[in-house]
Write a new protein. Structure first.
Lengths: 156, 156
DNA sequence: TCTTGATTGAAATAGTATAACATCCACATC
DNA sequence: GATGTGGATGTTATACTATTTCAATCAAGA
């Protein structure tokens, strides 16, 4: 296991993510097709943001026929369902830790080990919205990404 | 003039940005060479984030010999001096409104007219840092970008 | 003058993402 | 069961963003 962060039962993470996804899609009448499910599983293979072409390589390693649109279409679906997030500063994708509800997420990305933790702090979002409102600006989406060192990498 | 935001004397913006840049570089013993200065001027041609290849096209339109590294190197320098910001969610670059001091900036980007306003609200940065600290995470850089509608585009 | 280091020029390539069109499949309807 | 419809996928090509590498040039100090 490559993670530097606290050890945990990662299979449980993956399993939870996949079953939640099944439930969410079923409730919405959306189809979690095999490609989509597999891409979600691959995104959840680690707690690090993964690039689209890394996902593509993995799909191909499965023996599946795949081209860039294959993975981008799957990601588009998963993003629309809130099952994954896009990390803008890395052009990479990360499984969403709390996919059931709408939420404004923030990310803590470790420059050392690459892991990303997801926060959902409403006061960060509301601070942004408040200052935006003062400028007459209506916020629709927020990108909040902090780069630095995670707890494990600081001690090391 | 294409901006939907409040009208203003944009030549003054550009002039101020360029003279501040001269001063900042001089004070630091850094060289604001012709290419760098021209790229800064082009970035300031509007209050919208500009893509690197759009800058490249403009450099070429000047009659200057230019390749991608030309503009990326200039941008790298300007970013290092805090004279421009990179907008991660657009892969684009924006003149910094307050280049003299170190600061944590936030951006309000209008999806309609493309203009971006820069905020420098310490409480947004500190809210991020506070939650990060609770997670044992040390923040080194923050990316805060809000997408939505600016005042002008809302009324329209 | 010499030399050293930063800057720029130039060519190639890597990495990220989308467009366009064909094909297939599931499902509803007849 | 045949047919039609729309969503999903396959496939090829291309657009957009960024970096690597090495050569040439320039500026400033010894």
């Amino acid at each position: 296991m490559k993670r530097n962060a606290a050890q945990h039962d990662h299979r449980k993470c993956v399993h939870t993510a996949l079953s939640t996804a099944e439930a969410v899609c079923k409730a919405r009448g959306e189809k979690l097709t095999p490609v989509r499910k597999r891409v979600l599983e691959l995104v959840w293979a680690s707690h690090r943001p993964v690039g689209a072409y890394a996902l593509l390589d993995s799909l191909r390693a499965d023996g599946r026929s795949a081209a860039p649109p294959t993975v981008y279409r799957a990601l588009e679906f998963l993003l629309a369902q809130g099952l994954v997030h896009r990390v803008e500063s890395l052009n990479a994708y990360l499984g969403c830790a709390h996919p059931a509800a709408d939420h404004a997420a923030q990310f803590l990305i470790c420059r050392q080990c690459g892991t990303a933790a997801e926060l959902e702090e409403t006061d960060i979002a509301s601070a942004i919205d408040r200052h935006a409102k003062r400028a007459g600006f209506t916020v629709e989406r927020r990108t909040v990404e902090a780069m630095g060192l995670c707890a494990a990498c600081q001690t090391a």
